[in-house]
Design a protein around this ligand. Structure first.
Ligand code: PLP
Length: 460
């Protein structure tokens, strides 16, 4: 059979359709013509396969849809139902509304970023955060850089950059992920790495013996992402701070996640808070802005004034600085911390951490009834208990009991890969956790139940 293309409408006829006019208004004439040509090319392939040509109206709508899909951001909002609260692949912390508003204000307007409105003279970008973070942590001074990796690099380079001996326990020479390995970062910063102790046990005397005239700093790294069980011991910040003070060398502590609230309140084991470490006498402390703090990507450098001042004089600091949008967001997050009664509700990271199991169980029961029809009869839809993780390397061993919806194929030979794919193609992609031949939606981080149901309707 010879394909008959004569019934295909010409470009001009399609351009006259309402949908094409809409496309022209939104995306411009030439992009619309290109999209129509592409739709026609696809149509020719289908006609060759024996299909009758579609009308100019339908082809115009196809061209419009093509343009709309193409105009969509590739960074899409997703439903993170993996049960990992701070998922690095999904952008870690979600921001409180107040932070979003403050960030939008900074995006839309000229702002007093480095301008003192009292005197009419130049101000400092750190001023917006310094007082707040010092009030919340008890530190004397503070500054901010691009992320915690940058904070660690900058502090090391400032205090020990000229081959200054930097003493660290062998048990704390960790890899955070990617190429961020403590020994490498110390080398890149220009430090001379002095390892003390053993993998499982390091004592105060080990540090003491290693200190000499060349010692530039003592470094303590919070080993958030792994744990040694059994016969192990490490030296506390308090003990190290006392030693550092006697020997007149600074003590730096990289806290990694760095929480401002005691995690015991959420049913997690105790982790030193930023305040605890400052109180214990660390001279300079670094931590992330988008891990447990619940803000944006940033690295806090806080502690004694003389050391923060030295960091600020390092020429590298300028290349690691934070922009006005992130500063505005973080300022609002820190203000939200001031309200102890409300912060667990207003800051999403704390809200997810503090959600209790029975609240999630109610949500699961409600949701299971509403979404079962979208999956049945091919899949079994059930409420299940599951375990959420904090994420971003923080406490990988500890989980928070949660509830979810489990989807499993009735026919065990059916794989879930295709369903998982279709869920990722939804207007708001849904990402669950695959476990054996089950797909689990952990509901701990699901705020918008109705939006989730409406979105799933498009699955068919
Ligand atoms: C996560 C982490 C870092 C890196 O922090 P980013 O904000 O991701 O750059 C550094 N040190 C420790 C101990 C960490 O846990």
């Amino acid at each position: 059979m010879v394909a008959d293309f004569s019934l295909l409408p010409p470009v001009n006829a399609i351009l006259a359709e309402q949908a094409a006019k809409e496309a022209e208004a939104k995306f411009g004439h030439s992009a619309t013509v290109d999209a129509i040509r592409a739709a026609l090319a696809d149509e020719r392939i289908l006609i060759k396969a024996g299909r009758t040509p579609r009308t100019s109206n339908v082809l115009a709508m196809m061209a419009l849809e093509r343009l709309e899909v193409d105009a969509r951001s590739t960074m899409r909002a997703v439903f993170n139902l993996t049960g990992t609260i701070l998922h690095t692949n999904f952008g870690r912390a979600q921001l409180p509304e107040v932070a979003i508003e403050n960030a939008v204000n900074a995006m839309r307007n000229a702002v007093s970023l480095e301008y003192d409105l009292e005197s009419g003279e130049r101000g400092e970008r750190d001023d917006h955060l310094r007082e707040l973070i010092c009030e919340l942590t008890g530190a004397e001074d503070a500054t901010l850089v691009n992320n915690n990796a940058a904070a660690v690099l900058l502090v090391l380079n400032t205090l020990a950059g000229k081959q200054g001996e930097s003493i660290i326990s062998r048990g704390e020479l960790i890899e955070i992920g990617g190429a961020f390995r403590m020994p490498d970062i110390m080398e890149s910063a220009g430090c001379k790495l002095i390892e003390v102790g053993t993998t499982n046990r390091t004592h105060l005397a080990d540090y003491e013996k290693a200190i000499n005239e060349e010692t530039a700093l003592l470094l303590k790294v919070h080993t958030s992402n792994y744990r040694i069980e059994g016969f192990s011991s490490s030296v506390t910040t308090k003990e190290l701070a006392a030693l550092a003070a006697t020997k007149r060398v600074p003590l730096m502590e990289d806290l990694g996640s760095g929480t401002l609230v005691n995690l015991v309140a959420f049913g997690l084991p105790y982790e030193p808070t930023v305040q605890d470490v400052i109180k214990a006498g660390a001279d300079i402390v670094t931590f992330s802005g988008d891990k447990l703090l619940g803000g944006v990507q940033a690295g806090f450098i806080i502690g004694k004034q003389e050391f923060v001042a030295r960091v600020n004089k390092n020429p590298m600091k300028r290349s690691l600085r934070v922009d006005k949008v992130r500063l505005a967001a973080l300022e609002a997050v820190l203000r939200a911390y001031r309200n102890e009664e409300k912060r667990n509700a207003t800051i999403p990271t704390l809200r997810y951490l503090s959600r209790n199991q029975s609240d999630i169980a109610h949500q699961a029961a409600d949701l299971c009834a509403k979404i079962s029809d979208f999956f049945q009869p091919a899949y079994r839809v059930e409420i299940c208990s599951c375990n959420s993780q904090v994420g971003s390397g923080a406490m990988p061993m500890e989980t928070l009991p949660s509830y979810g919806i489990s989807i499993s194929p009735v026919d065990p030979a059916v794989s879930l890969t295709e369903l998982a794919y279709r869920l990722r193609q939804l207007p708001k992609p849904v990402i669950g956790r695959m476990h054996a031949n089950r797909l689990v939606f952990d509901l701990r981080c699901l705020d918008d139940t109705n939006g989730f149901v409406n979105n799933l309707e498009k699955l068919s």
